[in-house]
Write a protein that binds this ligand. Sequence first.
Ligand code: DAV
Length: 369
Amino acid sequence: MAAQVNSWNEWDRLEEIVVGSADDACYEPTEPGNHPHIRNAAPGTAFPTGRKPQEAIDAANAELAGLVALLESQGVRVRRPEPHDYSKPVRTPEFSVDNQYCGVCPRDVMITIGSEIIEATMSRRGRFFEYEPYRKLVYEYWNADPAVRWTTAPKPSMTDEMYREGFWDWPLEKRHAEMHSFEFCITQDEVIFDAADMSRFGRDIMVQESMTTNRQGIQWLKRHLEPQGLRVHPLHFPLDYFPSHIDCTFVPLRPGLVLTNPDRPLSDGEEKLFLTNDWELVEAPEPTTGNDEMPTYCQSSKWLSMNVLSISPTKVIAEEREKPLHDMLDKLGFEVFPIPFRNVFEYGGSLHCATWDVRRTGDREDYFP
Ligand code: DAV
């Protein structure tokens, strides 16, 4: 029987993928782990709550449908999350938030490592139950193929003590002075990670320490994955004061080539691993949209420009307006598939974020021998 779940890296030929959905999406709640803000609004302006307007949902869904159509035209099997009422509150004995967020970004929650599916702990209250829309699919894969392993990482308490809420008010000078301490809005007591802070390079898993992944989270991943012969490498990008999810910062495109973010260089010591193994680190061009012109409710930076999705080591899907990036990828030997995706940005990401690859061809390779 053909394997149901097999994916070792971010670039091998894609066979099956989950594309998110904006159905029933809500504004992300304000909570200790997240202080969303309206772009260019006066400080103190309240962020909206509850369900997003239907027009905004329809516009995002239309672009997600465009991604689905493109992937299917390339022979990729596309799956979608189950419907989920994100307007319902999250309540545990320790905390509550009035609504959840959305199912646009499976990448944040789910990761495939070989034949194993891992559900991340998550780092924010509003996203505590965000694995639910993917459970039906996980059961399908798990029932169909006895080689599939399924792991749910320990759920953190998400109590007030887990967070450092003062983080959101730190002045820039403090962030600069402490940029090498890698302390953000989550403390180090519990195991915390979002799946999107990981990037898969065969035997080697790169994990960014961030606002959404702490050192205990990385320690858990090490103890879970290294006995299987994998190696987990923490990565640090000291100039990113609000790091969350590695896929707008450090994006591998094929063996030996990583797209990097010129505003967020990898720490010196960590570059060595790549350079001594003949990997080329290529800086992404300046995004075509400045941070101030990003969509009003979008919490991500202009670097969503580099959040590309690989269909194979030679084919890359990129956002339609990022012409300088298309030209660069073209020169590097890639066939670029541009599609419009800006209406998805306010739901937490672009093309890589909005997907979770379940199956790619290829085995576990050692790219850092
Ligand atoms: O650079 O703003 C956005 C990634 C969201 N999933 C950034 C990171």
